[in-house]
Design a protein around this ligand. Structure first.
Ligand SMILES: NC(=O)c1ccc[n+]([C@@H]2O[C@H](COP(=O)([O-])OP(=O)(O)OC[C@H]3O[C@@H](n4cnc5c(N)ncnc54)[C@H](O)[C@@H]3O)[C@@H](O)[C@H]2O)c1
Length: 299
């Protein structure tokens, strides 16, 4: 079981919401924490709230590869080798895909997907080189399983983060580095205010901000789960090296319904030419994949 005490954690989007909850909980477990966030005023406020000598704040736009490398250098110079990575920064844009612009795609993919990719590309090989094992948690969402017309681009990024995390889990396991995907439901957070951090060069294709809708979103998020509760559940899951971190139990039944609907799309077709040879290959692959899953789960 991984012990957080003495390790260094890097938490993106650490100045608000889930990221701040993670930082607080990691500090309470004796970890050193770098919170990286695009909102510099929120970093200052978070550092004041946390009031702990083992936390530093680093301004970072996770969409920037160069920025990420520089932030990693600074975190490791000040706090030591990063062996816990939380790719958590994210933004939301509540609209359908057909009603979106290329700038909308670039912004949401840039933060929610490329931000996670940049975190992994920056830190995975460093973590391997440190040789101290560790863990990576990528924040997706229940929206990585459950979609509706909106928010379509958000759904796209979260499905991708889940798939990427699953593949990474198998490639990093031999290095003693665990990977989990955090799939929260509604959170008491500031994500409703995402438009505030949209970069100027990606505003051209943006719809005018609907202040009334944002105010309604803000109200809905007040009913969300407290970030500290999510953080506690996430760190407990990391200790168990569990892949899916489902902090919100209310989604279990709906996920069951969705899995049943997916399976109901299969058909019992008659055997096509070449079926037997193909099945021979698939049986071998399936046995290998099952063995890998079991060994990574420690089952
Ligand atoms: N709020 C919810 O209901 C909910 C539900 C499921 C998943 N999530 C996911 O949880 C994660 C955390 O979001 P939250 O709800 O705590 O929101 P939040 O807005 O309270 O916190 C997110 C933080 O990310 C930062 N951020 C935004 N763009 C950034 C960028 N380009 N570079 C660096 N930092 C950036 C923001 O400044 C903010 O401090 C996100 O990935 C989000 O998609 C949220």
């Amino acid at each position: 079981m991984i012990d957080f005490a003495g390790r260094t954690a890097f938490v993106t989007g650490g100045a608000n919401g889930i990221g701040l909850g993670l930082a607080r909980t990691l500090l309470a477990e004796g970890a050193k924490v770098a919170i990286a966030d695009i909102r510099e005023d929120a970093i200052e406020a978070a550092l004041k709230t946390l009031d702990n000598q083992h936390v530093i704040g680093i301004p970072l736009d996770v969409a920037s590869r160069e920025g990420f490398a520089a932030a990693a250098d600074r975190a490791e110079a000040e706090l030591g080798p990063v062996t816990l990575l939380f790719n958590n920064a994210g933004i939301n844009l509540f609209q359908t895909i057909d009603d979106s612009s290329y700038e909308d795609w670039d912004w949401v993919l840039g933060v929610n997907l490329h931000g996670v990719i940049n975190g992994v590309m920056t830190f995975a090989n460093r973590m391997k080189a440190h040789g101290q094992g560790g863990h990576i948690v990528n924040t997706a969402s229940m929206a990585s399983f459950i979609s509706n017309g909106a928010p379509g681009i958000y759904n796209t990024t979260k499905f991708a983060v889940r798939g990427m995390s699953e593949s990474l889990r198998y490639s990093l396991a031999p290095h003693g580095i665990g990977v989990s995907v955090l799939c929260p439901g509604l959170v008491k957070s500031h994500i409703y205010a995402s438009d505030d951090v949209r970069p100027d060069d990606l505003k051209a294709g943006a719809k005018p901000v609907n202040a009334e809708f944002v105010a309604r979103l803000e109200q809905v998020h007040q009913y969300g789960m407290e970030p500290d509760v999510i953080a506690r559940r996430a760190l407990d899951a990391v200790k168990e090296n569990r892949f899916h971190i489902f902090a919100h139990p209310e989604f279990k039944e709906e996920l069951g319904e969705i899995f049943d609907e997916i399976l109901a799309d299969f058909r019992d077709y008659p055997q096509d030419p070449g079926y037997d040879q193909r099945i021979g290959f698939e049986t071998m692959r399936r046995d290998n994949f099952r063995a890998t899953r079991r060994s990574v789960r420690g089952a």
